[in-house]
Design a protein around this ligand. Sequence first.
Ligand SMILES: NC(=O)c1ccc[n+]([C@@H]2O[C@H](COP(=O)([O-])OP(=O)(O)OC[C@H]3O[C@@H](n4cnc5c(N)ncnc54)[C@H](OP(=O)(O)O)[C@@H]3O)[C@@H](O)[C@H]2O)c1
Length: 291
Amino acid sequence: MPETIGIAGTGRLAQALARLLVDQGAPVVCMAGRDPERTRRAAAFAGAGVEPAGYEGVSCRAGRWLIAVSDAALPEVAGMLAAAHPQPGIALHTCGARDESALADLRGRGFACGTLHPLQTVSDPLQGTAALRGAAFAVSGDPEAREWAGEIAGWLGGTVLAVPGEARALYHAAAVLASNYLTALIDAAQGLLARAAGVDREEALRGLAPLIRTAVDNTLDRGPAAALTGPVERGDAATVTAHLQALAGQPEEDLYRAAGLHALDLARRKGLEGGAAQRIEAVLRGNGSRQ
Ligand SMILES: NC(=O)c1ccc[n+]([C@@H]2O[C@H](COP(=O)([O-])OP(=O)(O)OC[C@H]3O[C@@H](n4cnc5c(N)ncnc54)[C@H](OP(=O)(O)O)[C@@H]3O)[C@@H](O)[C@H]2O)c1
């Protein structure tokens, strides 16, 4: 029993992780959920030998629990698992923004508690089984829990990032910038291009796709400083001024200024000459052309 694994949750990440662990030969014995039909389907997706279970008195008593439920439901689910498990084991949750204290009831029962947050986006279970292989996993918690988290990351060919509880919010902000806000930036560019070229948003996105892919590939392959091009990197204050005149009063103006200031920081680190950098900074901060 100590080595057997239960998965709490029947959503996208729970299903993807369950199937990956089963594929690795890990002893996943059950999936627990609150809706019997969804739980049955999730357990079937995970693979042979995985039994569906409810939370009430959890019919399956695994020694180790991987809890992948909505962030807000973590304390409640931890409470139900704690009530059903007289013998302590190990429990990990997959939430990025919260630390292991979300599992307080299990800790109170003597469980070693921790976190295992994949730095990856899972939009459906099947896509998740491919995307999670080789991902980085943020890990925190009690030593035994961190050890098990490291084992799971290893089974999935991933790497471990040690992110202690007090750094969780900073860590999660990084994840949001790299995924959600990148998406938001692309959405803003899509709208501007559609207006400029008089095309619909789909055509604008298709037009932007090669540029976005190359910029992302260059950034990942060569690092942000080497990959940065464009008017800020060249110290071209006149072009930045023209952009801001075209964007004046539009919703994208603030976004352009904020992203431009970060690009300027990057350009400075890359060696942009001081006077040119100051002229661009004045334009981006809105005290250039008005002076
Ligand atoms: N998806 C991602 O890209 C991703 C990436 C990294 C980390 N995560 C983390 O993984 C966790 C799950 O995310 P997800 O995307 O897999 O979510 P999801 O697909 O929306 O699934 C959420 C799960 O939580 C359950 N749940 C919600 N409220 C509950 C409650 N009060 N009691 C019991 N169960 C409850 C749901 O059960 P029902 O089906 O019964 O509603 C469902 O099984 C979250 O902590 C999230 O932050 C997700």
